[in-house]
Design a protein around this ligand. Sequence first.
Ligand code: CDP
Length: 232
Amino acid sequence: MSYTKRDDGRKFDELRKIKAKVGVVKRADGSAMFQMGDTIAIASVYGPRELHPRFLQNPERGVLRCNYDMASFSVTERKKPGPSRRSTEISLVTEKALASVIDLDLFPNTVIDVFIEIIQANAGTRCAGISAAAMALAHAGIPMRDMVAAVSVGKVGDKIVLDLDKEEEDFEEGATDIPVAMTARKREITLLQLDGEVTKDELMEAIKMARKGCEEIYKIQVKTLKEIYKNG
Ligand code: CDP
C-alpha cells in the first residue's frame, strides 16, 4: 500500500513539533516535560536516596528504578488507572535505555527513582518518556556519561518515516513501529524494539533516520537544560 503524504504535512524524515522544559515539578530533585506533537511526558526524579526495604540495597552500586504510567485521561478511550503489562514492560525498557549512562557505582545502597507520567498520548509515549527522563536526571544533577534521546521510526505503507503519530501507527492494518533510544556522543543504541515487519535494508534505513531524529532531540535537550543556568 503506497503512502504518499503525511496527514500533518511533515516530510517523511521530519519530527513533530517539540517543546521541552525543566523544573516543572518543584518537589522533585529534577524534572522535565517533553512534548512531541500531541504526546506529552512529564518525568520527575527523586534521589539518590536510601533504598527501602534494605535487602534490595546493593553495597556496590545504586539502583535505577523507572516507573512509566499513562494517565487515564491521556487517551480518547479512558485508560484503566494503575499498572498493566504494557506499563511494566515500558518501565523496564526505559530503565535499560537510561542505566548505561548513569554512574551508579557512585551511589551504593541507594535508589534513583524516575517517575514518568504521560498526560497526553498520541503515539511515541515511551520515547517521549525516555527523552524527558534523561533531561530530568541531568536536572537532578545525577552524574551522566552521556545524554539519551529517543524517537520512534517505522514503516507506514511503503515508506520509512520518522516519529509516527497515532494515525500513522494505525495506518491500514497497522504500521511497523520501531522505538529507538540513542546516546548522544557515543551513538550507542540503548533501546530498539520492533513491532511489525521490515527487511534488513529497511531496518538500516530506519535506524539511520532515527539517529538523525535523536541528534535533533539532543540539541533541544541541551539547549533547554542550559537555559536554566542562563535564567538563574
Ligand atoms: O506510546 P508508544 O508508541 O510508546 O506505545 P504503544 O504501546 O505502541 O502505544 C501507541 C499509542 O497507542 C499510544 O501512544 C497511545 O496513543 C495509544 N494507546 C491508547 O490509546 N490506549 C492504551 N491503553 C495504550 C496506548
